[in-house]
Design a protein around this ligand. Sequence first.
Ligand code: NAP
Ligand code: ZN
Length: 341
Amino acid sequence: MKAVFLEEVGKLSLRDVAKPVPQPDELLVRVEACGICGTDRHLFLGEFPSRPPVTLGHEFAGIVEAVGSSVSAFQAGMRVTGDPNIACGRCAECHRGRVNLCHNLQAIGIHRNGGFAEYVTLPEKQAFALPLTIGPLHGAFCEPLACCLHGVDLAGIQAGSSVIVIGGGVIGLLVVQLARLAGATRVVLVTRSEAKRRLAESLGATATINPSSGDVVDRIVADDGLLPGGADVVFECAGLRETVEQAPLLTARGGTAVILGVLPSDQKVEIEPFDLLFREVGIVTSFLNPFTHRRAAELIASGTITVEPLISRTVGLGEAVDAISSPAAGGEIRTLVVPSL
Ligand code: NAP
Ligand code: ZN
């Protein structure tokens, strides 16, 4: 089969390798689609540690081709999405139920071969069924959606809450939809691209703001702003110093800023603890997808979350090397690798 390998930092190649054989507790999955995430580009550049040579790709879904001898809940022909993050189940964090903080976390597509390939093996405990009736590419959005669900769970949105989402990439556009589902009545999305602002409005944002055309905090928080005093919950989904600094300033008294965006590891930001304390603004960080993948699969399976307009383009495995090693194209939301192309 064909698979895209990270050979070493800065070097990707398309290899012809033997089709993998599932272990007794694994499924062999024929990949239908696998999303190219910012993390794949960071892995390529060596900004996140990985274990090359390894096939990248952690946002995948596909059709079960074969099952190992001890697999009981899945059979050939079923569509599945994989939770790529494998916790050890034995460390102190796993025992506390904090599996995303597992000391021995292993990820499919980072530490073991992932979804930029015709086939991937998936432990049964990491697999979740999807109906055959949904769009064949939609399952690739379960993983990013599961990460967004964790952030939304941590945020404590109530019916009638107000929300600001900073960043209109795939994460921001999924969070906009989840915030509405969770009961937020006003959801303001901040992003530069006009096309993404229009899309956000069609997905449930009640207002959008272009950060390039004036001070974001003023235009939202001021007495005559969009949400005077700020929002009950602010989601930082851009991963920039400037936007992390904005998040607490956009949060109302007693509210919560949730940081989903990933900054470079040495980046520092300026936060004013006095302001946080006297307005009792909480800052929480949200990492990965602990126990949220099943709900993400349900939201995709039921069509409750719209993902079709988030697909910017599809590429075959032959074009994947180029797509992963180049920066995201302007306006790109998600590029999916579709091995059958
Ligand atoms: P993305 O596609 O790069 O989205 C980021 C968006 O931020 C861009 O679409 C960009 O759109 C927008 N942006 C740039 N400058 C901005 C500004 N000044 N104000 C507001 N928006 C601005 O990335 P993504 O896939 O959606 O992921 C978002 C972040 O979440 C990344 O840092 C990613 O690493 C992180 N992430 C975290 C987790 C987790 O578990 N915590 C999981 C997945 C991803 P415009 O140019 O239109 O503004
Ligand atoms: Zn563990």
